[in-house]
Design a protein around this ligand. Structure first.
Ligand code: HEC
Ligand code: HEC
Length: 454
């Protein structure tokens, strides 16, 4: 099996994800690196010898612009200190904010690494060149994300529909905004957004920054105006101080509000799941371990580490069979759920919601291309067990229900994707697919939800 690689830097991790999948089509979505990529570890790989790679070492890291002011040590996204809030107890004081802003370390541009699993997508990282990450910006974004004062009548925060306790989504069919108003789409997750540029089920926002401005002024979400939001925030001393220092030139505008929120979202990534730990072990499946132990003790040590990790984060037999189905010919989920975030960043029609007279036409509303009718952006499978209900219209309650949908070949309509077809899965196979999806759940970073400027 040969893989088409998006970049030589992600060789290690891509090999990890696709080793063993009997799919010649398994690829990482095309990605133009938006930022300069540096390797922290020479990706010393000979394509035919999986064991010469270093599976436990993050393959690469990303360095944003202005290296002069960059921190030298890369920071692993998902590390709780990035989202722990400004140090201190009780209500956040102006003195604490000032001390935080006075520390130059908080303004250094961060060079980042991604957790195991996602690290295969390091060259797919989006947006850091235009909006470099710093600790201070992530923290400001955290405050704004949890602050209901961005909404009209201070009614709801981003977290109201993208709640850390609900997998950064919401367990309601549709997003419920101010005055209990709802639209017709389910709240998607706000994690792993660092790997995507286009946002929304139909991809109508080109960047995470553009996306973040939307809900504030959306009449059925936060119901505010951008001007009113900025004026309100400007009257809160703690925010005023932070915007002046973090965005020296631009100051407090709706665009800098969006930049800060997007920075916080980029820091929210899923940590390694049992699936990721078990993929590492697969790298050694074909190895003669006895001779490896003698000839290459360093690589053998990596094998032992991978084994210990996989044993500490086990996948049961059902989940293992589910993995083969997911990436194999029969279920072929990976025709669309592919790459480090198990999402191809493309749009497909599964027939969801197409049975009604006037269906939501999804991507078509953006492109006006006939074949895009009823197509929606492929969501991630990572941590998907935490984000029910499912699909763009929240119409499916459980992962079992989703698998049934695929098994019957979706809902027939003229625009149905060619990769959606009857699967003839046995009951056991259906359970196996669900077990596999549950094994794709990794830890989310601990996040401070209070400590907002008064
Ligand atoms: C009233 C509920 C609600 C609120 C409040 C809300 N959102 Fe959303 N969000 C949604 C819904 C529903 C969608 C999907 C809409 C669509 O695709 O048309 C969405 C989409 C998104 C997406 C796109 C994810 C993807 O995979 O494409 C991101 C990111 C996001 N919201 C972040 C935010 C941020 C940041 C805020 C605060 C400024 C916010 N949301 C406020 C309900 C909400
Ligand atoms: C043709 C591409 C394609 C294939 C093949 C595919 N999916 Fe999907 N998947 C999507 C798209 C697109 C959506 C969202 C559709 C919508 O909301 O209308 C989705 C949604 C999902 C969801 C809901 C996620 C959420 O957050 O709402 C799950 C779970 C899922 N798929 C699992 C699977 C499994 C398991 C398989 C294999 C049996 C599979 N998918 C095959 C494209 C695909």
């Amino acid at each position: 099996m040969r893989l088409r690689l998006a970049s030589p830097f992600c060789l290690v991790a891509v090999t990890m994800i696709c080793q063993g999948c009997d799919q010649s089509t398994a690829i990482v979505p095309d990605a133009t690196p938006a930022v300069a990529v540096t390797t922290t570890q020479a990706a010393a790989t000979t394509p035919d010898s999986a064991a010469s790679v270093e599976p436990t070492t993050p393959a690469a890291s990303v360095k944003a612009a202005a290296p002069a002011s960059s921190a030298s040590e890369p920071v692993l996204l998902g590390t709780p200190e990035l989202t722990a809030g400004i140090p201190g107890e009780g209500p956040l004081t102006t003195a604490q904010i000032q001390a935080w802003l006075d520390d130059p370390k908080n303004h250094e541009i961060l060079q980042i690494e991604l957790p195991l699993g996602l690290n295969a997508g390091i060259d797919q990282v989006k947006g850091l060149e235009a909006n470099p990450l710093t600790r201070a910006k992530i923290e400001l974004g955290r405050q704004l994300y949890f602050d209901t004062r961005l909404a009209k009548d201070t009614a709801i925060a981003c977290a109201g529909c993208h709640d850390p306790e609900q997998g950064y989504a919401a367990h309601t069919q549709f997003g419920v905004g101010i005055e209990k108003l709802t639209g017709n789409r389910n709240s998607p997750t706000a994690y792993n957004r660092i790997l995507s540029d286009v946002q929304f089920w139909d991809g109508r926002a080109g960047t995470l920054e553009e996306q973040a401005k939307g809900p504030i002024a959306n009449p059925i979400e936060m119901g505010n105006t951008h001007d009113a939001c900025v004026t309100y925030l400007g009257a809160i001393p703690g925010y005023k101080l932070q915007f002046a220092k973090i965005f020296r030139e631009e100051g407090l505008t709706i665009d800098t509000v969006a930049k800060a929120i997007a920075s916080f979202e980029r820091a929210i990534v899923t940590g390694p799941s049992p699936y990721d730990y078990n993929e590492q072990l697969r790298l050694f499946a074909e190895q003669d371990l006895e001779s490896l132990k003698e000839d290459d003790p360093d690589t053998y040590a990596l094998y032992e580490k991978a084994l210990a990790d996989a044993e500490a984060h086990p996948m049961d037999d059902s989940a293992k069979r589910g993995r083969e189905l997911f990436f194999g010919q029969k279920a072929n989920c990976t025709a669309c759920h592919v790459g480090p975030n198990l999402a191809d960043e493309k749009y497909h029609n599964l027939g969801v919601g197409m049975a009604v007279e006037k269906p939501d036409l999804g991507r078509f509303e953006v492109t006006k291309v006939e074949t895009d009718k009823g197509a929606f952006k492929t969501p991630t499978i990572r941590n998907v067990e935490q984000t029910a209900p499912y699909m763009h219209d929240g119409s499916q309650q459980t992962l079992e229900e989703v698998v049934e949908w695929y098994n019957k070949g979706g809902h027939p309509n003229p625009y149905l994707d060619k990769d959606v077809r009857k699967l003839d899965l046995t009951d056991q196979e259906k359970q196996d697919l669900v077990a596999f999806m549950k094994a794709c759940t990794g830890p989310l970073p601990k996040v401070e939800t209070e400590r907002l400027p008064q």
